[in-house]
Design a protein around this ligand. Structure first.
Ligand code: NQM
Length: 372
């Protein structure tokens, strides 16, 4: 016997994974984590016995429920697993998986559509961050067809707009958790910053690289990876994040001058594998560093004038545009960040876990939902 758990398999931005109604998973966290590991097939480099895609970007899980706070429509808990580790990390955010939350809630009838578009307020439980997400719902159905293109995912889809309301100091205690906009740590000039995702940013040339290397080159660069890990652990302490040896943050971000008409070039380690693009909140955080006087981006980032700025973050497979708004009285203060993602429902059904992992008494609700 296996336990069947109702599940939608979804792409969110440039990530992918199973999404669950929180009510269908074990309420006890240790059992829930065992279930998620079994669903994904971790730990195993190939995740051959589960749904994971043998990469951190395809080892992600979304857990959704109705909003628990006044004014909030939906709660979202993101879980980061790893192919070859037995960890389930719910500390940091994932802005890519976030893009699939409203489509999931509409598809499963958790919430009703509002008209041709549906805008819902979503609370990310990982860091207590709120955002407004708008999806296309013509005729009361989620539309996945459209002209929106995001680099890092093939083709075009319906646009999903995310408007972040409060991102500063997501996992770290503040936007600049070392108290400085620039530090020298382990011999490298860095900006340690968290506007939705804790990042350590530094010029690629500071570690003897150009910042224009391919993902394959960087993933094969064991000398660089060892250097980055030592730096990451030192920065983790400086950012008041404690021992980050087993954590997926801070992400290590090499930067260089833009060379495709954008604002800055990045290579983002998440944190041990180089991202094919860049994370959503990582891009928001990079864009924020670009407007901070004295950050390591100074002298290389090209930043437009005005209160609302489009910052184009170049990455290995294209670029990621972030719209940021600064306080006119204090142009160092980013008050809002908005961006475009896409998502798609890939499959609906039940995720099966061995009964030895979870006996999983299915609720009447779950059975009904499965029956449609
Ligand atoms: O930064 C990868 C991704 C992410 C996270 C990672 C993300 C974000 O691309 O908000 O989206 O940084 O591990 O899914």
């Amino acid at each position: 016997m296996q336990t069947a758990i109702p599940c939608l398999f979804m792409r969110g931005g440039t990530s992918r994974g199973p999404f669950f109604n929180a009510a269908d998973l074990p309420q006890d966290i240790a059992t829930r984590d065992k279930v998620l590991l079994a669903v994904m097939g971790s730990p195993d480099r190939r995740q051959i016995d589960g749904l994971g895609g043998a990469h951190p970007l395809t080892s992600k899980v979304g857990i959704v429920s109705k909003g628990s706070k006044p004014g909030v429509d939906l709660d979202f808990l993101f879980a980061q697993l790893q192919p070859d580790k037995d960890t389930v990390d719910t500390t940091p955010n994932c802005g890519n998986m976030l893009a699939a939350v409203v489509p999931f809630a509409l598809e499963t009838g958790m919430i009703k559509p509002q008209g041709d578009t549906t805008t819902l307020r979503v609370l990310t439980l990982n860091t207590d961050m709120q955002c407004d997400i708008t999806v296309q719902t013509p005729g009361g159905h989620v539309s996945y067809d459209g002209d929106a293109r995001i680099d890092g995912a093939p083709g075009t889809s319906a646009p999903i707009k995310i408007n972040f309301l409060d991102t500063a100091g997501s996992v770290a205690p503040s936007l600049l958790p070392t108290g400085n906009v620039r530090d020298v740590i382990d011999g490298v000039e860095v900006t340690c910053i968290d506007n939705g995702m804790p990042l350590v940013m530094f010029k690629a040339e500071a570690v003897g690289r150009t910042g224009y290397e391919s993902v394959e080159e960087l993933n094969a660069d064991t000398e660089l990876k060892a250097r980055l890990e030592t730096l990451r652990i030192a920065c983790g302490h400086a950012m008041q994040l404690g021992d980050v040896t087993k954590k997926n943050y801070p992400k290590m971000t090499l930067i260089a001058a833009p060379r495709a008409g954008g604002s800055i070039t990045t290579r983002s380690f998440i944190p041990h594998v180089c991202h094919d693009a860049i994370g959503v909140l990582a891009a928001v955080t990079v864009a924020t560093a670009c407007v901070l006087k004295g950050s390591v981006t100074e002298g290389i980032a090209i930043v437009p004038d005005g209160q609302v700025k489009q910052i184009s973050v170049e990455h290995p497979t294209g670029e990621f545009s972030v719209e940021i708004e600064v306080d006119p009285a204090n142009p160092q203060d980013v008050t809002r960040a908005a961006l475009l993602r896409t998502a798609r429902l890939l499959m609906r059904g039940d995720a099966m876990v061995p009964a030895a992992v979870w006996g999983g008494k299915q609720t009447a609700d779950a059975t009904l939902r499965r029956a449609g």
